[in-house]
Design a protein around this ligand. Structure first.
Ligand code: GTP
Ligand code: MG
Length: 421
């Protein structure tokens, strides 16, 4: 019924003239479109909220959710003994190589002397702190946590390139006492591999498992924590993805979101992880932009909240590493010309998320598409229960997914060109 209302209004304004093949909708939602909607937890969550509260209250809540997500901060404290690879890890997590501009100083003599914040290059709310090692002259074990302002960090990373030592263990205990999160990383694993791989009896898995067990043996007193084996020179190898899996389970939801969106796109696995997070955001965005009584924006077919829609698409673009600065960092790393990577962005987003791209994306639903969408959604989403004015919600849901898919395709092509697939 609501879609009918939309159709009537849109048809009257003569906007829906562009034919769009139904196959495109099926491509986005898959064959089991209706199932997809009814199984989707986020869909159920939103519908429940809409059902139990008045639409005004629900809209207010959505606006609050957006505010929370906009303001969520993530502070990661990276610590460990001198030369453990802290600054290199800080750089890698920001998507930088050690010799990139703006990277933390690294090297055998560049000891980190004071807690140093490094803002994420594309997400200013995410800060990675390069902390001085315990036991450096100004940072004694006893007062270490208060000296580095422990309350600032959402979690700590404790790095070592050898076995974990007394200092690491007592620090972990102190962090645990304060009920904060910490994760042990055994760094520079690529070095270990290089040193051993020429042996005739070399077996990578056996070797990694030996290192892991050896590290974990030292940590029994701290409650048998997991140790993640990592090379800051190559996150796609070894345990970096496992570390992120663990963080996704243990951090509060909004912080997980900030973490995943801030990861550098170094593999298909990361791209898909980001996509999952962004897809969760689509309902919030579709309701936030389509359910609120909005003033139509000239040139846009769908009545939607322009700001919310723009900000969602921009965060997809940024998070998928499609900005020039992100492409440049990848290009430097894989020794390619940035223009060759940029040429892989073939969708409407090749010049970024501009008013032009918004206009073309939001003008696409044809009559046929909307009828198909209605068919897909009516089995699962009781469209009649959406508040008055929410006519654009299903359409926004579809269009945001479409934008996301297009950018995902671009990001995959970039990865492929950079030989990171
Ligand atoms: N092969 C390899 N070398 C690494 C890795 N991480 C760090 N290094 C090297 O180890 C040395 C020390 O790294 P840093 O990142 O400066 O270590 P740090 O813990 O910040 O050192 P301090 O600030 O002096 O305490 C540098 O030469 C790095 O290039 C890694 O994952 N693999
Ligand atoms: Mg350092």
């Amino acid at each position: 019924m609501l879609v009918d209302a939309f159709l009537t209004r849109a048809t009257m304004s003569g906007d829906l003239s562009v034919a769009e093949p139904e196959t495109e909708i099926l491509e986005i939602y898959g064959d089991g479109g209706a199932e997809w909607f009814s199984d989707d937890k986020e869909t159920q969550k939103f519908l429940k909220e809409f059902k139990k509260s008045s639409s005004d209250a629900a809209v207010k809540k959505i606006k609050e959710n957006f505010k929370t997500l906009d303001h969520v901060t993530l502070n990661i404290g990276v610590t460990g003994n001198s030369g453990a690879g802290k600054s290199s890890f800080v750089n890698a997590i920001r998507g930088l190589s050690n010799d990139d501009e703006g990277a933390a100083e690294t090297g055998v003599t560049e000891t980190t002397q004071a807690p140093t914040p490094f803002t994420h290059p594309t997400m200013p709310n995410v800060t990675i702190w390069d902390l001085p090692g315990i036991g450096t002259p100004k940072f004694k074990a006893k007062t270490y946590l208060s000296d580095v302002h422990f309350e600032r960090y959402d979690f700590f990373i404790i790095l070592t390139s050898e076995r974990f030592k007394e200092n690491d263990i007592s620090l972990a205990k102190a962090i645990k006492k304060k009920k904060l999160l910490f994760y042990f990383i055994r760094s520079k694993i690529d070095n270990d591999i290089k040193a051993e791989e020429k042996r005739r009896d070399f077996n990578k898995e056996i070797m990694l498992s030996k290192i892991r067990k050896d590290c974990e043996k030292n940590l029994k007193d701290v409650g048998n924590p997991k140790v993640f084996l990592i090379s800051s020179f190559n996150f796609s190898d070894y345990d970096f993805n496992k570390l992120i899996d663990t963080l996704e389970k243990e951090l509060p939801e909004t912080k997980q979101h900030a973490l995943v969106l801030s990861l550098p796109v170094y593999s298909l696995e990361v791209l898909q992880r980001k996509k999952r997070h962004l897809q969760k955001m689509i309902w919030l965005t579709a309701f936030g932009s389509g359910a609120i009584a909005v003033v139509p924006v000239p040139g846009l077919t769908v009545a939607c909240d322009y700001g919310i829609t723009l900000s969602f698409l921009e965060s997809v673009f940024r998070s998928f590493g499609l900005e020039d600065s992100s492409l440049q960092r990848v290009a430097t790393r894989v020794q390619l010309n940035v223009m060759d990577l940029k040429a892989e962005i073939k969708s409407r987003f090749k010049d970024g998320v501009t008013h032009g791209t918004m206009k073309s994306l939001l003008a696409t639903p044809s009559m046929a598409s909307i009828i198909t969408l209605k068919g897909l959604m009516s089995g699962a989403v009781p469209l009649g229960q959406l508040p008055a004015g929410a006519i654009s919600v299903p359409i926004m849901h579809y269009l945001l997914n479409k934008g996301l898919k297009e950018m995902e395709k671009d990001a995959r092509s970039v990865l492929e060109k950079a030989q990171l697939l």
